[in-house]
Ligand binder design. Structure first.
Ligand code: DON
Length: 584
């Protein structure tokens, strides 16, 4: 009754919300925005399109991808173009020297593949690489030195995707990025802000200072033009020589010279032998939806399936969204999953990981049975942990769908914002600091406060464990939702809650991404609540024994596209500035 009353008021006060009559030949709003999208119960509305769509973190790069779709490219062509473009327009996370995971759905073959282009440890890396004489972790060397860099996978990954699943040439998809590097990027608020936040570190590196600051040393400001000549040349070499234009020739030489001059580990041989791995995705089933996710060395797939399996035993919808009873169950499940992550997860090419067991319903039933529905279980009772403060970081995710029903979910990163802040002179490229995702000392926490076990120890050519979780959900065998997020350890819980919001609480994708979220990662034993979780709920949770803290928004943002009744929907959650849904 109250709902009808509210709707009547909305229509009275905002007559524009009423549906205009449909004209012949032109679909009415009711036909384009199917009712579930415009129902007033949703707090936010997604963008809508019929042809192709990209939800990304940056307008310029998302529009470059959509332009590729407009010119007849498929979702993979567009994803590759956007991936290269972000290296120019969004240098804090877009990259050529990082790595990531791309999940692709091919409509014709009804097939999904994961392209693992995660970085690898250089051949000279070893278990105790970052330990000093006293056996303590040298965090400066681990995160902010040439030794922090793992062998980059991005260029190989994007080229692999294009050659195997795209339709356009490398030159065609690279052309807009090359132009943007030479002609300059209009500095957005997000870029101005982040350059200022990271100013100290970037200024300390001579090559980075030359690129990211004005000749007089001042900051680039909103509306200024940032030209990246060296990066344009590097991209041109890739356009001309493909893999060899990066993993060999002048670019490789420049990387290795810089390594040799600074005690770095990456060699010509490391670069030449970098390999992309195409992997079979993991599949889960949740309330009739098929959830498709990357396998290790991403931990997101295993743990999202594990958590959904446990949660499937509860009627979450009846508990009420973000009620204390709901958050309690969610938190207990998160703790169990992150405790397992610390012990079992790693690169399966080096260490056996019990993926099947962790994602089995039998195990989920056992874990569910161990949850006390009234009391929080202290993390120490699940397994021992260690603490480290959260570091600043950055990754970027984008989701793509084309008119043919192909889809791409891509997450890639340099690890921290602008990686280690070190630039390879003459290339315009920043080094990643992805080696920090290994367990520098098994049993100790990494930059995201997550404890890593012996399984994730450093070994030559091994891939560090990741939380990046590009995700797809299928309904009745058809792609329904494509999503993912940056944010290190919070990626997994952000994606999980976006799925639960859409599936259990029937929210559209815009609302599902923006609702207040919670996060617990077992260690530290702290339940982080975003503003928007009510103080009453917080009190109830504390009374159950949770160690809560109201945090500012969690450092993440989901980027989602979905296909509903033949209409494409797109949304970027507003936790970070600059999110953009490009469409045509
Ligand atoms: O692979 C990982 O899990 C991390 N290197 C990701 C870092 C990240 O998401 C930082 N983002 N905001």
């Amino acid at each position: 009754m109250r709902a009808i009353f509210h709707l009547a008021i909305i229509l009275l006060v905002f007559p524009a919300c009423a549906q205009p009559p449909s004209r012949p030949g032109i679909p009415s709003i009711a036909e384009i925005d199917k009712p579930p999208i415009i129902e007033y119960k949703h707090r936010a509305l997604p963008e809508v399109s019929r042809n192709g769509m990209i939800a990304a973190t940056d307008k310029l790069s998302a529009e470059i991808g959509v332009d590729i779709l407009r010119r007849g490219g498929n979702a993979v062509d567009a994803a590759v173009a956007t991936g290269f473009a972000l290296a120019v327009s969004y240098p804090r996370a877009g990259n050529l020297m990082g790595g990531g995971f791309m999940l692709i759905h091919l409509a014709d073959e009804d097939k999904q593949v994961v392209i693992d282009y995660r970085e690898t440890a250089p051949a000279a890396a070893h278990r105790d690489l970052y330990l000093d004489d006293r056996g303590e972790i040298d965090r400066q060397r681990e995160f902010f030195s040439h030794q922090s860099a793992a062998v980059p996978g991005t260029v190989a990954g994007l080229i692999y995707a294009l050659e195997n699943y795209g339709t356009m040439s490398l030159k065609e998809v690279l052309e807009p990025s090359i132009r943007m590097a030479f002609e300059g990027v209009e500095v957005s608020f997000a870029l101005e802000y982040e350059l200022e936040v990271r100013g100290k570190r970037l200024r300390a590196d001579e090559a980075a200072r030359k690129i990211f600051f004005k000749p007089d040393g001042g900051f680039y400001r909103l509306g200024d033009t940032l030209v990246q000549q060296d990066l344009g040349n590097t991209l041109t070499r890739i356009a001309e020589d493909g893999l060899d234009g990066f993993y060999g020739g002048e670019t490789a030489r420049k990387i290795v010279d810089n390594m040799e001059a600074n005690d770095g580990l990456i060699t010509l041989e490391d670069l030449a032998s970098y390999e992309v791995k195409e992997r079979e995705p993991l599949r889960g089933n949740y309330r009739g939806y098929e959830v498709v996710l990357p396998p290790p060395p991403s931990s997101g797939g295993v743990h999202i399936i594990q958590m959904l399996n446990i949660l499937s035993g509860y009627d979450l919808a009846s508990l009420g969204h973000n009620s204390a009873a709901y958050i309690h169950r969610l938190t207990e499940v998160m703790k169990l999953a992150y405790a397992d992550r610390s012990k079992y997860l790693a690169d399966t090419d080096f260490t056996p990981v019990p993926v099947e067991e962790l994602t089995s319903m039998v195990y989920a039933d056992k874990l569910r049975a161990s949850i006390d529905l009234e009391r929080a279980r202290p993390s120490v009772d699940i397994a021992p942990g260690a603490h480290l403060p959260y570091e600043s970081h950055d990754t970027t995710h984008y989701s793509v769908m084309d008119a043919q029903g192909n889809a791409v979910s891509n997450t890639y990163t340099l690890n921290f914002s602008f990686g280690s802040g070190i630039m390879v002179p003459g290339t315009g490229m920043l080094l990643n600091n992805e080696m920090g995702d290994f367990a520098a000392k098994p049993g100790y926490a990494n930059a995201f406060g997550m404890v890593g076990g012996e399984t994730n120890k450093i070994e030559p050519r091994k891939r560090p464990l990741s939380s990046m979780t590009p995700t797809m959900v299928f309904k009745d065998g058809k792609p329904w939702m494509v999503t993912g997020a940056p944010g290190g350890s919070v990626i997994i819980t952000a994606v999980l809650q976006t799925l639960l919001n859409a599936i259990d609480f029937d929210m559209n994708i815009a609302t599902a991404g923006m609702e207040a979220r919670i996060h617990h990662q077992w260690s530290p034993d702290q339940l982080r609540l975003e503003p928007g979780i009510s103080p009453d709920t917080d009190r109830l949770l504390q009374a159950m024994g949770h160690n809560t803290s109201i945090t500012p928004r969690t450092p993440t943002c989901v980027r989602t596209v979905a296909l509903e009744n033949g209409t494409l929907l797109g949304a970027t959650d507003p936790r970070r500035p600059g999110g953009w849904v490009a469409r045509y």
